[in-house]
Design a protein around this ligand. Structure first.
Ligand code: SF4
Length: 341
């Protein structure tokens, strides 16, 4: 049985507390001390009696924590953290600052199975899924170092919907008013297109924002860079997105990494706009970030401009995400680039 108190929702903590014959409200003290006051040990939770703290420790309950191995700072203000997990595996987390707004890009797995061709994490292979505690702790540590974080995006290493239960549990933990109290509108799960996971998410009682890494407007093209497309082709993905929108009334974001000569022509933009009209959505265009010599190349500024004009001309709300953190390999698709074995 998992005895990590950081890996529990408040209602799970209430059950644990009750099983010790204690009042359920004491769980709030544990939850708040862990997630708001950075209690690293049970003995730090001074609002619990000494006897109860001793009893929890005797029964092997503990509070896990990530170790910060190193931080990297980009001149553009982006900061990357390299964390070590309890079993020695490593993950990366990125803090991006835009004016007063701080957005944290968290990892959900060590490595990834999805094998997207434009992504450095894919080259690490798959190591394991993170626990909800390990996901939430990325925020705990960086917030303690760098102050309030406004948005959390699940876009770091790993495919969030392949670690579904830990990811949704971490959303519950981060969203809870007794904890970090981050609104669901400020929590975004980004998937490479696991259609079944999108449907499952739609059926939950809480709905963070949803982003989908699309990257090509046709199956033939998408399958070349995203093997997930063979299992969930674009039609299946769009049906899942429509289902999500019926259940949540939410607009979704499609992410599209622009790769020179591959998916950045005027025709691609027109096909993408037709696809986008099938859902309530906006599009984030992302400049491709090379992570190794010989990988793809980024589209030129002129090509990107033309692409945006076509989308906007078709009435699609479009944003360009310019390269951030590129010098420290913290940009989209670059995580893990320095960790290849
Ligand atoms: S882009 Fe995301 S889903 Fe694809 S290989 Fe990289 S981490 Fe995995």
């Amino acid at each position: 049985m998992d005895k990590d108190l950081k890996n529990k929702t408040l209602s799970e903590l209430e059950d644990i507390v009750e099983n010790f014959g204690q009042k359920r409200y004491l769980a709030k003290y544990i939850f708040t001390f862990i997630h708001c006051r950075d209690a690293g040990r049970i003995s730090n939770i001074t609002t619990l009696s000494k006897d109860f703290r001793a009893l929890l420790a005797e029964q092997d309950y503990y509070i896990s924590h990530l170790n910060t191995v190193r931080t990297f700072s980009d001149p553009d203000g982006t900061i990357k953290y390299l964390f070590e997990l309890a079993d020695g595996l490593r993950i990366e987390t990125v803090l991006m600052t835009d004016g007063k707004r701080k957005t944290l890009c968290v990892s959900t797995q060590a490595g990834c199975t999805m094998n997207c061709a434009f992504c450095a994490t894919a080259k690490l292979g798959f190591q394991r899924k993170l626990t909800a505690a390990e996901i939430a702790d990325q925020l705990n540590i960086i917030r303690k170092d760098r102050g309030k974080i406004n948005n959390v995006v699940y876009m770091g290493m790993g495919e969030p919907l392949q670690n579904y239960s830990a990811v949704i549990k971490s959303v519950r933990i981060l969203n809870h008013p007794q904890g970090k109290n981050i609104g669901l509108r400020h929590l975004t799960i980004s998937t490479c297109g696991i259609a079944d996971g999108i449907r499952k998410l739609a059926d939950e009682d809480i709905h963070p924002r949803l982003a989908i890494s699309l990257n090509a407007p046709t199956d033939a093209l998408r399958s070349k860079i995203m093997p997930v497309n063979k299992k969930y082709p674009i039609s299946a993905l769009m049906e899942a997105v429509k289902y999500y929108q019926r259940k949540t009334q939410q607009r979704v974001t499609f992410e599209y990494v622009l790769i020179k000569g591959f998916n950045d022509s005027a025709l691609h933009a027109q096909m993408l706009s037709r696809l986008a009209h099938k859902a309530k959505c906006n599009i984030n265009l992302i400049e491709y970030n090379p992570y190794a010599p010989g990988s793809f190349e980024a589209s030129s500024k002129e090509t990107i401009k033309r692409f945006v004009q076509i989308l906007e001309g078709a009435g699609i709300e479009t944003t360009i995400r310019y390269k951030k953190g590129r010098k420290i390999k913290a940009a989209c698709g670059q995580l893990g680039a320095d960790m290849h074995t």
